[in-house]
Design a protein around this ligand. Structure first.
Ligand code: ADP
Ligand code: MG
Length: 341
């Protein structure tokens, strides 16, 4: 029997695990401009960069088919993949998509999934150019890879945030998580009822945020037209806490974020109240909002905030000041990364 002590994945956390697994790899090609560690890999293609990003969606982890319509799931799979391309200040161009399916699925159901994928590709203006299909005994799996491009002088990494830069967010946060909580609640309540009629009235916004999120795809062009290049950018897929820590870690800086500046929709507040929970937890740790967080130099602040739909949530400070959330009465709460999800 092998008595060697095995290490629990939880000891590393998601980011520690990726660091650990990738630490022995060295890039061999001068065309590999950025490998592991940003939203997308960056590859030199001569007069521009090619961007590549992969996402894996597993049934029971990323989605629950009890309350996720397959068409929405297809659309969402496209959104989560292209989100990382936009987060590099790029434009998505192509997509490949692998699926693992069991015989439990009828062709009509796969048609629904692919109708969602088709609509997603249409919305973001990209081509489905390949993939793979295999049988699965553990439910539905979707592996999606987005390819994109960006002009070399436009690229935005997570690592460019500088002290005194302004931290900006598009849209509002926490809605996707509250939508999930709502679906979960209705699913549980209605589990043993023959003809379930879930009550989502007044919360359609939260359902949309969870089931068919959309990337703020006009942001990059808006910023470019305003003559502003973000110093760093990341898409908000894992919750503000984790994504902010990623930017701070990559940039070697700290951050001061103000709790009363966090953009939260009224439906998110209302749902949180109903569920007796704190909407700030949904913002910090909920994830799946697919909004953008970016930093800009102080001198660009007025230009950017004047564009509308963008909020300043705080600013970048020196690394030794840490990453903190400041409450309205001045209390500072250290931002910490949640464990492996
Ligand atoms: P995002 O949330 O933007 O998708 P992640 O936090 O999932 O990014 O991943 C961070 C970085 O680690 C990315 O560069 C990604 O390509 C890379 N990565 C994630 N998982 C693996 C893996 N299993 N092997 C190699 N690289 C990985
Ligand atoms: Mg990302």
């Amino acid at each position: 029997m092998n008595t060697e002590k095995k290490t629990d994945i939880a000891e590393y956390g998601e980011f520690g695990l990726i660091d650990h697994l990738s630490s022995k790899f060295e890039n061999k090609h001068s065309t590999t401009i950025k490998g592991i560690g940003d939203d997308a890999a960056v590859i030199d293609a001569g007069d521009h960069y090619v961007l590549i990003s992969s996402e894996l969606l597993l049934e029971g982890i990323a989605f629950d088919l009890v309350y996720t319509p397959l068409q929405h799931l297809g659309y969402k799979a496209v959104t989560v993949a292209v989100s990382d391309i936009y987060a590099m200040n790029g434009t998505p161009t192509q997509l490949t998509l692998g699926i693992g399916i069991s015989s439990r699925f009828a062709v009509e159901e796969l048609d629904s999934l692919y109708e969602g994928i088709r609509l997603g590709c249409k919305h973001y203006g990209i081509d489905l150019v390949g993939g793979d299909t295999t049988s699965s005994v553990t439910g539905l799996s979707i592996a999606v890879t987005a390819v994109g491009r960006v002009d070399k002088d436009k690229i935005c990494y997570r690592s460019g945030a500088k002290i005194n830069d302004v931290i900006c967010i598009t849209g509002d946060l926490g809605g996707a998580y509250m939508g999930l909580r709502l679906l979960d609640r209705e699913g549980r309540v209605l589990k043993n009822i023959a003809d379930p009629k879930p009550s989502f009235e007044g919360y359609e916004y939260l359902l949309r945020r969870q089931l068919s999120p959309e990337v703020p795809m006009s942001l990059n062009q808006l910023l470019a037209d305003a003559g502003v290049k973000p110093t760093s950018m990341i898409d908000l897929s894992d919750g503000l806490a984790s994504d902010l820590l990623q930017v701070c870690r990559a940039s070697g800086v700290g951050a001061k974020v103000f709790l009363d500046r966090l953009p939260i929709a009224s439906e998110t507040f209302k749902m949180a109240e109903e569920l007796n929970t704190d909407p700030v937890i949904a913002v910090m740790n909920g994830g799946e909002d697919y909004e953008m967080m970016f930093t800009i130099s102080l001198e660009d602040r007025d230009k950017v905030l004047g564009l509308g739909g963008i909020e300043q949530i705080g600013y970048i400070v020196a690394e030794d000041r840490g990453v903190n959330l400041t409450t309205p009465d001045g209390e500072m709460i250290a931002v910490t990364a949640p464990g492996f999800k």
